[in-house]
Design a protein around this ligand. Structure first.
Ligand code: TYM
Length: 324
């Protein structure tokens, strides 16, 4: 089984990225051939500051390695280091229906807000399809918000295969049920664009501050509360082990406690949860040459695979490359 996924370096990774995606990347690197990349070309649709983008790309690599992505077990690389993908994107674009892209949520939302969208945002899902198809990926671990994009990828692969023969493998999304949508500090989906994130490697004091500001309802302390529908409890459940989770759920049902108690527990359990990764990240920061070498090696491995698939696609649609 070949696994592939990408993550944008648009800012520091947050809890939503971790529980929605990164945790799965790490779990899936065992027993599969896994490719994970930092989607800096996608990030160009929102980050227009070159220094910031370079720094965020390196930070993304540091974060992923510190969290447990193992370059001996998975191929880690930067999207722009594999130019074959952009070429493949064009081939897919020639057969991508406008209507299909117009239905994509990121573009639709921007349009609905009356903002001007550029061609990069409009064709974002096609580049994403190229990312996936270039590696013959079978499984794409993602959070719920990316499922539509995987469907677009499947549509594009299907119609390309229909026209030109069996060129692309058919990928599918792998969603983690328990954490399909990690809520942010306001209860909406945690996302940089909603300004409701808590970053994985944020200073503990700053995490505590944000946790204390998580919105809660205003029911009196004595009243019993339903844990299932409470986003503070949902966040707590992501970090706590089963016995602690059960204990907290029982406290909710019993009532007679303040949300401040839960928040303090959440901040403590989160700090403990990412403690080892925080130490590993500090070590890696002191050895950036090693990180660069890991990325260069990952790029070489990824390019080998993507070149094969691009060649196949070029042959199939009548644009073979003469010199190679
Ligand atoms: P990105 O960078 O927005 O997010 C990376 C991953 O994190 C997940 N995620 C969440 N999951 C649950 N709850 C949340 N609050 C939350 N916030 C983020 C996302 O679902 C995603 O899996 N277009 C992609 C990057 C990409 C890609 C690809 C992914 C480019 N090419 C090819 C897979 C395959 C994106 O913007 O993800």
């Amino acid at each position: 089984m070949r696994i592939l996924s990408g993550i944008q370096p648009t800012g520091r990774f947050h809890w939503g990225n971790y529980f929605g995606a990164i945790r799965q990347y790490i779990a899936l690197q065992d027993g599969h051939e896994a490719y994970y990349f930092i989607a800096n070309l996608h990030a160009l649709t929102t980050v227009r500051d070159p220094l910031r983008l370079r720094r965020a790309t390196l930070d993304a690599a540091l974060d992923l390695l510190a969290l447990g992505l193992d370059p001996d077990r998975a191929t880690l690389f930067v999207q722009s280091d594999v130019p074959e993908v952009s070429e493949l994107c064009w081939l897919l674009m020639t057969n991508a229906p406008m209507g299909l892209l117009e239905r994509c949520v990121a573009y639709k939302e921007k349009k609905a807000k009356g903002l001007t969208a550029d061609a990069g945002l409009f064709t974002y899902p096609v580049l994403m399809a190229a990312d996936i198809l270039a590696y013959d990926a079978d499984l794409v671990p993602v959070g719920e918000d990316q499922v539509q994009h995987i469907e677009v990828c499947r549509d594009l692969a299907r119609s390309f295969n229909h026209l030109y023969g069996d060129v692309f493998a058919m990928p599918r999304a792998q969603l983690m049920e328990s954490s399909a949508k990690v809520p942010g500090t306001d209860g909406e989906k945690m996302s940089k664009s909603y300004d409701n994130t808590i970053e994985i490697f944020e200073e503990p004091a700053s995490v505590r501050k944000k946790v204390m500001r998580i919105t809660t309802d205003s029911r009196a302390m004595e009243e019993p509360k339903a844990p299932e529908t409470d986003h503070l409890f949902q966040l707590y459940s992501l970090f706590a082990d089963a016995p602690r989770r059960e204990e907290m759920a029982a406290l909710y049902r019993r009532g007679g406690f303040g949300y401040g108690t839960v928040k303090k527990e959440l901040a403590a359990v989160a700090e403990e949860f990412f403690g080892d990764a925080r130490a590993r990240r500090r070590e890696l920061e002191g050895d950036l040459e090693r990180v660069e070498a890991i990325l260069a090696d990952g790029a070489a491995r990824a390019r080998r695979k993507a070149a094969q698939v691009l060649h196949r696609a070029q042959q199939a649609c009548g644009v073979p490359v003469r010199s190679r």
